[in-house]
Design a protein around this ligand. Structure first.
Ligand SMILES: Cc1cc2nc3c(=O)[nH]c(=O)nc-3n(C[C@H](O)[C@H](O)[C@H](O)COP(=O)(O)OP(=O)(O)OC[C@H]3O[C@@H](n4cnc5c(N)ncnc54)[C@H](O)[C@@H]3O)c2cc1C
Ligand code: FES
Length: 341
């Protein structure tokens, strides 16, 4: 009886199941708009890459080997089924726009370069009970939405795609036009805020039973999406969204955290995150966006009340009270948190 177990184990050690950090080759580069560049990665040995859920992202190491080395998340635009390549589309965010240089580094890549890529991983997958999808995107937020729409086309699902972009800066318009010619997929485009508001208002009011809505885009578009959905009486568990960045947070109140495995106590002052306090105390915590949008810095909490400020955990997950995203969420004022690290 041991043979099947052994063969299963070796199958999962096969390189196409590897999602830890590894080097992929830049196979092609296309400028989609003056500020958005598509980069296509392949395995240097020519193998297929691990499949992924629609809406998944990879993590790219930028400025490798320098003091500016960092890791940025980028959504994959393919349908995720046995991919021969991974495609990302990256908006160049300049320092004046608050960028830290990672997206600018991606724009310096050339064909043939080797890049460290980790993942894919996902917090924005389609729900299993979905019978139809309303897919809403603004600007660069089209990337995970395109992945959802392509997967629906592959599996003969149905969807309406609403895409808002600035005239002259729309990415993937050809891909959307092609998707719009597929049976069951309708694409609506809007080039202004009021046009998008009208579109959302009319489409939210006219969806079949069993529809789930998904949105990705700038903060203003996501607020409108949530408001229009609420006004149309949509339950929150049928409305999903992904943020690429988060709004500024207030500094928060002071609190204390104790690391249960070592007894280390850290005082967390206003304006300092628990993540920073833990890292400075020598406690290793994985992290990526430091804005509460990627889910990487999840830590278990044994006791103490948490003020959740992330955009990843659901209301149900928060209510259990046994975990937090420590880059943004904090203990409530003067609480003594116990974290299970
Ligand atoms: C799930 C997900 C999917 C995304 N998909 C796309 C996409 O498809 N296309 C796209 O253009 N963008 C995407 N983004 C945004 C992208 O990851 C970058 O944020 C964006 O490209 C700007 O990068 P930047 O390096 O210029 O600046 P920033 O985003 O400001 O910084 C990037 C990196 O700096 C580090 N950092 C951030 N804050 C701090 C801090 N306070 N202290 C120390 N280090 C910090 C982090 O490692 C962070 O990843 C996505 C983001 C997420 C979370
Ligand atoms: S590091 Fe991304 S949610 Fe905390």
């Amino acid at each position: 009886m041991s043979a099947p177990t052994e063969s299963r184990a070796s199958l999962h050690q096969h390189p196409i199941y590897r999602i830890e950090a590894r080097m992929l080759t830049v196979a092609a580069i296309t400028d989609l708009t003056p500020t958005i560049r598509q980069v296509v990665f392949t395995d240097p040995t020519g193998r297929p890459l691990p499949s992924h859920e629609p809406g998944a992202h990879v993590v790219v190491t930028t400025h490798p080997g320098t003091e500016r080395q960092s890791r940025n998340a980028y959504s994959l635009t393919g349908d995720g089924v046995l991919p021969r390549d991974y495609r990302i589309s990256v908006l160049r965010k300049s320092a004046e726009d608050g960028g830290r240089g990672g997206s600018e580094w991606v724009h310096t890549l050339g064909v043939g370069d080797l890049v460290e890529i980790e993942g894919p991983r996902s917090h924005f997958a389609p729900r299993h009970d979905q019978r139809h999808a309303l897919l809403v995107a603004g600007g660069i937020g089209i990337t995970p939405i395109l992945s959802h729409a392509r997967a629906l086309r592959r599996w003969a699902g149905t969807a309406e795609v609403l895409y808002a972009y600035r005239e002259g800066f729309g990415a993937h318009l050809d891909d959307l036009a092609e998707l719009g010619r597929s049976p069951g997929i309708t694409v609506h485009l809007a080039t202004g805020e009021s046009e998008m508001l009208d579109l959302m208002t009319s489409r939210f009011a006219d969806q079949p039973l069993g529809t789930h809505a998904y949105a990705c885009g700038p903060a203003g578009l996501l607020e409108t999406y949530q408001q229009v959905g609420r006004d149309a009486g949509w339950p929150t568990d049928r409305m999903h969204l992904e943020r690429f960045a988060a709004p500024e947070l207030d500094p928060g109140a002071p609190f204390t955290a104790t690391v249960l495995s070592t007894g280390t106590r850290v005082d967390v002052a206003p304006g300092v995150s628990l993540l920073t306090a833990l890292l400075e105390a020598g406690v290793a915590v994985p992290n990526l966006c430091r804005q509460g949008v990627c889910g990487e810095c999840l830590i278990p909490v044994r006791s103490g009340e948490v003020e959740h400020r992330d955009f990843v955990l659901s209301e149900d997950e928060r209510a259990v009270g046994d975990r937090m995203l420590c880059c943004v969420s904090r203990g409530v004022e003067n609480v003594e948190l116990e974290v299970d690290l």
